[in-house]
Write a protein that binds this ligand. Sequence first.
Ligand SMILES: [Zn+2]
Length: 259
Amino acid sequence: MPHTEQQLRRDMVRIGRMMSEKGWLAACDGNLSARLPGDRILVTPAGACKGMLEENDPIVCGLDGKKIEGSGRPSSEIHMHLTVYQMRGDVGAIVHAHPPFSTGFAAAGRELNLGLLPEVIVGLGSIPLAPYGTPGTPALGESLLPYVEQHDAVLLANHGAVAWGEELMQAFFRMDKVEHFAHVTLVAELLGGAKALPRSEIETLFAARERYGIKSRTRFEQGSPIAAEDQPDVGEKLQMTREQLMAIIDDALKLRGVY
Ligand SMILES: [Zn+2]
């Protein structure tokens, strides 16, 4: 374990403040956790404002979620953290927040799956959208199950986002990348449509993932992320004569029984 418990507590205070300053958390939203030796984790307490966290606040829990040491209750979203630790032995820390652009995509039912930016493709591949699970219940952790092995960051429908890594700063940087990518994707869409990179380039970038120590998916699978060749052309123009158009409208009206 590269960090002592005291160092992890200090990192949590620092990252909680940065998340709050970045506007990723309203009031007491979000939570952080890190793995400790002996099947234990350190997790932020329920109801704590992450921007005002103190080193003594994080609580020590077992991998079964039961409190071992500390005052207060562990975060109500601890199920989600436990699911990831149980499935991924390489994960040492998890960051959960409600950053506005990522959460906007999650609330619109949109995953971040376009192959747009080289750094995002190398670092994260694509960011899927887990179906809605009620916060504070095991349903939230269960909604993540299909995505944990293959991904390092996931959007949570109608809720927010979660990212994990070998240590806290890596998990925080991944969340930072997700939020930046959500922002860039939105701007590109406002400017007329995000244009994905070609499949061959995405394959080249995926081949670099192993070199960067990425432990999740290292092989590109078609559609995750979506390449230029697979992108639906929403701006495609169709040509037809007035007669052809009138015939289509006529058929549609007949089908609906208008005449
Ligand atoms: Zn949340």
